[in-house]
Write a protein that binds this ligand. Sequence first.
Ligand code: PMP
Ligand code: GLN
Length: 399
Amino acid sequence: MADSLNLPDSKLPHVGTTIFTEMSALAAQFGALNLSQGFPDFDPPEALRQAVVDAMNAGKNQYAPMAGDWDLRSWIAEDTERRTKRDYDVDSEITVGAGASSLLFAAIQAWVHPGDEVIALAPAYDLYQPAVQLAGGSLVVVPLRGADYHLDLEAIASEITASTRMIILNVPNNPTGSGWSYEDFDALHILLANTDILLLSDEVYGPLQHDGRKALSLSSHPALSQRALVAASFGKVLHATGWKIGYLLGPAELMKEVRKVHQYDVFSTGAPLQAGIASFLKSQDGQHHLAALPAFYQSKRDQLLHGLKGSRWNWTPAESGYFQVLDYSGFDDRSDREVVHEWCRKGAENGVALIPLSPFYPNGIPEGHPTHRVRVCFAKNEATLDEGIRRLLLLSNPS
Ligand code: PMP
Ligand code: GLN
């Protein structure tokens, strides 16, 4: 860099590389089995891949509409109506973007003003804090209940002030997989009734429900959905995290402002991917794929937990999503960051990369809340999971 260049202060002085990038890079460096960053080690369905190729060959190679491919938005509207009874307008209330990430980010930039407070519940996904900070707001971190990572409404109530602009929800929660009940939504509705607080609901793991649980969406709550922007991701449900196609739902007056940001940060994204996804989801193959998802992921969670049974690992089975939180306090005292680095360094033969939970607490893990936890991604084929189990057992029982 030129000696004379005087750079201004960083706008994000406390932000480093994400823990997901850090652990995936370490896994590659040491040849460890990568169960850290959340992505499947299997491909999207063949019919879906073919549909994308067909879309390219049919000339869908130029800009998609700013709000998203029309067929895809109309499928999203029908699917959402069927799941939640909420009828979003295809023209003005659904936007497709570069993953859920880009739209969560755009929603925060559009609606958070300098000096605003935004409440997020910890453990919290890492995107929220820097996005709020760039908008000039400040993140107020409210822990989920220590015992089961469920909603702590009293804790939220105690942090609401005249400056609270938005509450960010992440149901099901990454990393813990914990969900909510409809009663929680009702209670939140009562709490917010006389306020203008907006809700940003990150529901990217919503369709991956275990043990017969019903997917809950804020869209299904008629009153709350009036003040809510709801994000979803095709990356998760189609085994295609690298395609980065997601969408946002919300009332037209909220969406209008988000699109002002979206149209300048990415404008539109992946035209043949959007067209291919639409054609796949409208087909029988697509419907079967979605219907089979919960059982598909539950069997992976169960394979992992069955394999660890009787060991010194402890856990509460994940309610949803494709992550399982494991408690290693039964055999190791060290901090989560220390252990994940060391376990990764065991290398190609026995190393395993996991995600520590502490980075999900922007203000540190509060007193009395669980520590010594790591997150395992079980979106892996059977052989990978078997190998992961072997390595995890070795960690808990080294001799
Ligand atoms: N929110 C949460 C909680 C996530 O785990 C992810 C996964 N990356 C995202 C948002 C972003 O999803 P996408 O990959 O569609 O941008
Ligand atoms: N959501 C993914 C996870 O939780 C990570 C995505 C990313 O690397 N930014 O592992």
